[in-house]
Design a protein around this ligand. Structure first.
Ligand SMILES: NC(=O)c1ccc[n+]([C@@H]2O[C@H](COP(=O)([O-])OP(=O)(O)OC[C@H]3O[C@@H](n4cnc5c(N)ncnc54)[C@H](O)[C@@H]3O)[C@@H](O)[C@H]2O)c1
Length: 355
């Protein structure tokens, strides 16, 4: 039995708590949140007796083997490092941290421990991604040289900590962009980034005045609080010449929301979102091939179960996770470079020194 604690009991924690509760190899034994009301409600609902408002006290409990970190982004690194020093395995919700320095500190703490550290790159666990990965690994797409992804919300700044850069580290780029940059980079075979050009725009605000159209709001929604970008776009170029183009928004004068992830190789292409589709040519004819599968797009619940179950398995067996700490660092390096490029108004090149 792996004895697990969950720190941070907001929206996303439910997916962790439910998955742990369903896993027969897990005993969900401790929870923690700053908000006492939420702590009591979740404790009663999930029947967890050990309840803490201070994560240090949860970590001091020697019986806890592993934790999930589901708190605001600015606390991920600090809690992960403390947990590793206390001898726990750690599943860190994305992003690993709010800056590269913190991310590297988490990586160092992970190296100094013999514990599993997994980053919450849940889209790697979607069946659309895993099916496509099989085709890619079997060279059906050939050399992948281009990917393009968008997550456009026309009205969807969640407010609260999400739009407070001190706690979030940024807006849609770090919140939504982290998923698509990771997903494309992972499917492209994790090439080394060499340069980044990015733009961010903070022109529309959170548009809390919009009527007659509902949108997701954080539990602690505060329309006065918003210092993050509302749109970001970027081009990332990799060492092998491949390139990745993305755009993401919390709000934009777009006709509708959009989610699209597309990968292009020399032998074939693929759409991962909104629905898995493969493209190739055979006998001088172009073929669009639609896999016959239960979930054509991202299956949120199943993907979370698979992510958590994989973490549990890695903790128990010592196997290496498919979403390791170094990938969390590399993705954050790319996101930080996009913000930096937008800030200085020119391309940012990665300096790997003499290798
Ligand atoms: N994988 C995904 O698809 C996905 C989706 C949404 C959010 N997330 C990530 O999950 C994390 C949480 O997001 P959310 O939407 O659940 O936010 P939320 O605001 O709903 O919940 C966060 C909770 O953390 C608690 N908290 C903050 N700091 C704490 C601390 N130091 N100790 C104990 N509790 C603390 C807050 O009180 C709150 O209850 C974020 O990092 C976010 O990026 C991931």
């Amino acid at each position: 039995m792996l004895k697990v604690g969950v720190i941070g009991l907001g929206s996303i924690s439910e997916f962790h708590l439910n998955a742990y509760q369903k896993n027969p190899k897990v005993q969900l034994m401790a929870i923690c949140d700053l908000n006492e009301k939420r702590l009591e409600e979740k404790g009663d609902y999930y029947q967890v007796d050990l309840r803490y408002t201070n994560y240090q006290e949860l970590l001091a409990n020697k019986e806890v083997d592993a934790i999930s970190i589901c708190t605001w982004n600015n606390t991920h690194a600090e809690i992960a490092i403390a947990a590793l020093q206390a001898g726990k395995h750690v599943l860190i919700e994305k992003p690993i941290s709010i800056n590269t320095e913190q991310a590297l500190q988490v990586e160092n703490a992970a190296k100094a421990s013999n514990k599993t550290v997994q980053i919450g790159f849940v889209r790697r666990f979607g069946s659309n991604t895993q099916i496509l990965k099989k085709f890619i690994d079997n060279h059906d797409l050939g050399n992948i040289y281009y990917a393009k992804a968008s997550v456009i919300r026309r009205l969807g700044n969640p407010g609260g900590w999400f739009s407070d850069s001190k706690r979030s580290g940024g807006g849609p780029l770090i919140d939504l962009g982290v998923h698509i940059v990771d997903l494309c980079w992972y499917l492209m075979g994790k090439p080394k980034p060499v340069s980044v050009t990015g733009n961010t725009y903070s022109l529309l605000g959170n548009r809390s005045h919009i009527e007659n159209l509902s949108f997701y709001k954080a539990a602690d929604y505060d329309p006065g609080l918003n210092d993050v970008e509302d749109l970001a776009n970027a081009m990332i170029v990799f060492e092998n010449g491949a390139s990745l183009l993305i755009d993401v928004s919390f709000t934009l004068h777009a006709k509708e929301d959009e989610l699209s992830v597309k990968i292009y190789g020399e032998k074939g292409g693929a759409e991962v979102e909104p629905e898995l589709l493969l493209v190739t040519e055979k006998h001088d004819t172009i073929l669009n091939m639609q896999p016959q599968i239960d979930f054509k797009g991202f299956d949120f619940d199943h993907a979370f179960d698979k992510e958590v179950n994989h973490f549990v398995e890695c903790c128990i067996t010592g196997n290496k996770t498919i979403a390791p700490v170094e990938d969390g660092v590399e993705v954050l390096r790319m996101l930080s470079a996009i913000y930096q490029s937008a800030n200085i108004g020119k391309e940012v090149r990665f300096d790997y020194g003499e290798e």
